[in-house]
Design a protein around this ligand. Sequence first.
Ligand code: SF4
Length: 209
Amino acid sequence: MSTMGPISEPLTVTYPIAETFHSLQGEGAWAGANAFFIRLGGCDVHCPWCDQKETWPSQHHPRQTVTELVQEAVTAKPSFVVITGGEPLMHNLQPLCQALKNQGLRLHLETSGAYPLTGQFDWITLSPKPYKLPQAEIYSLANELKVIISQEEDFSWAAMAATKVKADIPLYLQAEWGTEAANERIFAYILSHPQWRLSLQTHKYLGVR
Ligand code: SF4
């Protein structure tokens, strides 16, 4: 959890930072767009196939102040800032979001929804996981749903999640990285379930972050 409390000055609040970087969004509806990423440390969802396992222990990551993070984001001049993790909602995102918003930056969140929403976002990517269930209220706040497919049962998990989100948002299935078989299963599934789209991790195919 972050160190902030009611007496903390918002700009001196700190977060454990796994990495920050300026790149293109690789996934989902905003794929290909110029984005600045803030990857927070800390995740207790513990998906067995996680490709960010190094983010799990939040104490392993250096802490940065809101001021430092905002300065980096402003310098990058991105189309939007993506707050991701780890599971970013393990932290109170309100001070960070407020300071980024004060600079006129558009904010996107990538979350499993396992913790209550904090902060204000222009776009929420919900990627619910069966290993730690999402908070019920996050489904109706999602702007896109992205479900990772690593085994056959994940299709029924995806179908259940799709019944809980708003009717008009894009629905993505994304293979666990490195599993060609999952891509083939998704391909076949979408041919008979046309409400879904395939999400490719284009940054990984391009070999960039
Ligand atoms: S929620 Fe994300 S960061 Fe956490 S274990 Fe699952 S894939 Fe990894």
